[in-house]
Design a protein around this ligand. Structure first.
Ligand code: ATR
Length: 274
């Protein structure tokens, strides 16, 4: 059995094992995927365990995505630029780090909302780890502008600077959204506001949302956030947050197995587990 897993803290509620084990089963692969609760301070040993036990692949989640980079043999260009690894591929003992969050997000946006990024202007809400991956992927896919708004403005400015080699970019506080709102085609929510159990929270004023806008979530618990409900009420197109989770997993699965991920089956497994 070819072994895979996910390292995180907390990890109990991870839907990754259900998703990947369903994918292995659907394709008839002799492989398995388990969740590992890796405490701070034990990550280095856990990574050594990947080699010792000849795991083929591991996902890395909060809080280990940054630190894990110190223990790998190679880090791909995208993960380097984002500054975080969420997927490790074990090539005969050589551990290679990737980041599939951003590219997973872009693929989900295309497949599920029919939204092609090239030439579009985007407003990112949030400047944390998730926002970094999404901003980088959108810029690389040819977005005409990537604006970043965040509560802590210095983090928005920092992220905008990191994205600027690839496209036009600016950072700002939420009160400055009004300066760019007429030109943006897509809004991507990348903070934890509205996440279970605080489902009645919404990050920004949505009264200006309109039909020409696509509003996209990365929060997937609840599946439909207040932000998405308000966007829909304004006639905007909406894109739910589950897609990013499914497609980051799909890319990881494809790196490990070389097979096309059975995305529909993976989604079904995750939805059943909710
Ligand atoms: P992740 O890796 O999941 O993105 P993170 O790096 O901790 O997590 O980033 C969390 C994001 O949610 C940040 O953009 C954070 O804003 P700050 O940088 O100003 O802290 C945002 N966030 C979290 N709680 C928030 C709140 N109550 N109001 C506004 N923004 C919030």
């Amino acid at each position: 059995t070819v072994m895979h897993g996910v390292f995180g803290d907390p990890i109990k509620h991870s839907k990754s094992p259900i998703m990947h084990n369903r994918a292995f089963r659907v394709l008839g692969l002799n492989a398995a995927y388990a969740a590992f609760h890796i405490l701070p301070g034990q990550l280095k040993d856990a990574v050594a365990g990947i080699r010792a036990m000849q795991f083929r692949g591991v996902n890395v989640t909060i809080p280990h995505k940054l630190e894990v980079m110190d223990y790998l043999d190679e880090i791909d260009e995208g993960a380097k630029a984002i500054g975080a690894v969420n997927t490790i591929v074990n090539e005969d003992g050589r551990l290679i780090g990737h980041n599939t969050d951003g590219i997973g997000y872009v693929r989900s946006l295309k497949e599920e909302a029919g939204f092609g990024v090239a030439g579009k202007k985007v407003l990112i809400l949030g400047a944390g780890g998730a926002a970094r991956g999404v901003s980088y992927a959108l810029a690389k896919e040819g977005a005409a502008a990537v604006y970043i708004a965040n509560r802590t403005v210095s983090k928005a400015l920092e992220l905008a600077e990191a994205v600027r080699p690839f496209t036009k970019s600016d950072g700002m506080g939420y009160e400055s959204i009004q300066d760019v709102r007429d030109e943006v085609d897509l809004i991507v929510h990348n903070t934890s506001v509205g996440m279970h159990p605080n489902v009645d929270d919404v990050l920004i004023d949505t009264s200006w949302f309109h039909e020409g806008l696509t509003v996209s979530e990365t929060v997937y618990n609840p599946l439909v956030t207040r932000l998405l409900r308000e966007a829909e009420a304004k006639g905007a197109k909406t894109h739910g947050g589950l897609g990013m989770f499914i497609y980051q997993g799909a890319y990881a699965f494809e790196y490990w197995t070389g097979r096309e991920a059975p995305v529909a089956a993976m989604r079904e497994a995750v939805l059943e587990a909710f």
